[in-house]
Design a binder for this molecule. Structure first.
Ligand code: NAD
Length: 233
C-alpha cells in the first residue's frame, strides 16, 4: 500500500517526529552526518545540554544555547504545513514531537505534545515569571528575571524527567490512533523513543533519511526527506 492510500484510509493519524522534521527548515539535527554531534566542541553538546552543566556552567550553557538552539529565523516547511492541514481536515489527531523549535505551532497545528519542551517558554526559577525566546536571544550573558532569579528555558535537559502530563497525552494519542507516522528521528533518545511501542493501530509508517531500529516493524518504510514526501500528499 502507498502512503497516499494509507492516509486516505486513516481518520485518526498521529505523527511522531524528531529533529529530522526541521532540517528542511534549516535547523541541523543532532546525529546526521552534518548534525550537531558530529561537530567538534571542547565539551560535547550532550554534556552542555545537561541539567548538571546548566547549573554548574550557566554562562557557557547560554553561549552554546544562544548560538545553536535558538533558530528564531526558521520557518515551517512542507512537513509542518501538511500536518497542520491534516489536523484541520480532521484526519490527524495529534503531533508528538521531540523538537523544541515550535515550528508545528507556527504552521498552525493545535494539538502538539512537546516531549522535550520548547525554546519559546522560559521561566524564572525564583518567582515563575515567564519570558519569550526573543528575551533570551537578545540578551547577553546569563538571563535574569526582574526579581533577580535565574531564567531557565522550558526545555528538558539531559538528566531531567519529561513532563508527566505531556507524556500522558502523547501516550493516549499514540495508543488510540489507527495510523502512526514516525519521521525524522533516530529513535535513540529515551524515554521519548519508547512511546512508539504503545501503538496498537493498523498502519505504522516510517519516514526517515537513515535506517532506524523500527524499520522492520513498519507497514511502510520510506527512506527520504519528510518534507518532500509529505508535500506530495
Ligand atoms: P537525531 O538527530 O538523533 O536524528 C535525526 C534523524 O532524522 C536521523 O535519523 C536523520 O536521518 C533523520 N533526518 C534528518 N533530516 C531528515 C529529513 N529531512 N527527512 C527525514 N529524515 C531526516 O534526532 P532525534 O531523534 O529527534 O533526537 C535528537 C534530540 O535533539 C531530540 O530530543 C530533539 O528534541 C533534539 N533536537 C531538536 C531540534 C529541533 O527542535 N529542531 C534540533 C536538534 C535536536
Amino acid at each position: 500500500m502507498t502512503l497516499a492510500e494509507i492516509i486516505s484510509k486513516s481518520n485518526n493519524i498521529v505523527f511522531f517526529g524528531g529533529a529530522g522534521v526541521s532540517t528542511e527548515s534549516g535547523i541541523p539535527d543532532f546525529r546526521s552526518e552534518d548534525g550537531l554531534y558530529r561537530q567538534k566542541y571542547d565539551v560535547p553538546p550532550e554534556v552542555m545540554l545537561s541539567a548538571d552543566y546548566f547549573y554548574a556552567h550557566t554562562e557557557d550553557f547560554y553561549r552554546f544555547y544562544r548560538e545553536k538552539m535558538l533558530p528564531l529565523w526558521a520557518k515551517p516547511n512542507a512537513a509542518h504545513l501538511t500536518l497542520a492541514r491534516w489536523e484541520k481536515e480532521g484526519k490527524l489527531s495529534a503531533v508528538v514531537t521531540q523538537n523544541i523549535d515550535g515550528l508545528h505551532q507556527a504552521a498552525g497545528s493545535g494539538k502538539v505534545f512537546e516531549l522535550h519542551g520548547s525554546i519559546h517558554r522560559n521561566y524564572c526559577l525564583r518567582c515563575g515569571a515567564s519570558y519569550d525566546a526573543a528575551f533570551i536571544a537578545n540578551g547577553k550573558g546569563v538571563p535574569h528575571c526582574s526579581c533577580g532569579g535565574l531564567i531557565k528555558p522550558d526545555v528538558v535537559l539531559y538528566g531531567e524527567p519529561l513532563d508527566g502530563g505531556t507524556v500522558e497525552g502523547a501516550l493516549d494519542a499514540i495508543s488510540s490512533c489507527d495510523c502512526l507516522i514516525v519521521a525524522g528521528t533516530s529513535l535513540t533518545v529515551y524515554p521519548a523513543a519508547g512511546l512508539v511501542d504503545y501503538f496498537r493501530g493498523k498502519y505504522l509508517v516510517l519516514i526517515n533519511r537513515d535506517k532506524t531500529a523500527l524499520d522492520s516493524r513498519c507497514s511502510l518504510v520510506l527512506h527520504g526527506k519528510v518534507g518532500e514526501i509529505l508535500s506530495q500528499l
